[in-house]
Write a protein that binds this ligand. Structure first.
Ligand code: AMP
Length: 213
């Protein structure tokens, strides 16, 4: 069974939701670099201090910080990586980290979603400050102003439309080349990311030869 998986795709493709489900299904850790950075920022750690400005502006945090943070997590084997790697240098660093443990990546899944869908998903997205649950103003609004856990629901600074456009540009320029990188290694699988989350999960189970739920 595949136990070392990367999820690729533009911001708003649904990587977070699908990575969490897949990790549960495979019994491995879900490693989201975006969530890790947001945690470090909320705790005001030294990595958080360095990363804050990049997140607010929708730019990539420098590789040395990001790779060090991920390497720490990958000491434990088995993972679904979400939001990493995001450029070729990070993809090579991931290979090196895994090789140093005598392992290699099993699969890179590309969640394909058209750009306009992504802008609509992200600009309407709201997140619970307490439990991290995602809502959408149009498709899945929170009941009242609050999350079901009681936490406050807010808009991520980088989900504002102009920042979303910049994140998409960064994706096209820096992350999209990873598709060719994993294709040339015979590790790339494409998954249609349009549709409700259950449908998309079912496509992922099929690609990974997991039984349907
Ligand atoms: P995400 O939640 O995956 O959309 O990530 C939010 C932000 O965190 C990005 O816009 C970047 O500023 C930063 N970030 C997340 N993952 C990475 C990465 N692999 N490399 C550099 N920056 C990252």
């Amino acid at each position: 069974m595949k136990r070392r998986v990367v999820l690729l795709g533009p911001p708003g493709a649904g990587k977070g939701t699908q990575a969490a489900r897949l990790a549960t299904r495979l019994g491995v850790q879900h490693v989201s670099t975006g969530d890790l950075f947001r945690w470090h920022i909320s705790q005001d750690t030294s990595w958080g201090k360095k990363a804050r400005e990049y997140l607010e502006r929708g730019l990539l945090v420098p590789d040395e910080i990001t790779v060090a943070m991920v390497a720490e997590k990958l000491k434990e084997d088995g993972f679904v990586l979400d939001g990493f790697p995001r450029n070729l240098a990070q993809a090579r660093a991931l290979e090196d980290i895994l090789a140093s443990h005598g392992k290699e990546l099993d699969a890179a899944l590309l969640l394909e979603v058209p750009e306009e869908t992504v802008v609509e998903r992200l600009s309407g997205r709201r997140v619970c400050a307490r439990c991290g649950r995602n809502y959408h103003l149009k498709f899945q609004p929170p009941a009242g102003e609050r999350c079901s856990c009681g936490g406050e629901v807010y808009q991520r600074e980088d989900d504002r439309e102009e920042v979303v456009r910049r994140r998409l540009r960064v994706y096209r320029e820096e992350t999209a080349p990873l598709v060719g990188f994993y294709e040339s290694r015979g590790k790339l699988w494409r998954v249609d990311g349009v549709g409700d989350p259950e449908e998309v999960s079912a496509r992922i189970w099929a690609v990974l030869s997991l039984d349907p739920l």
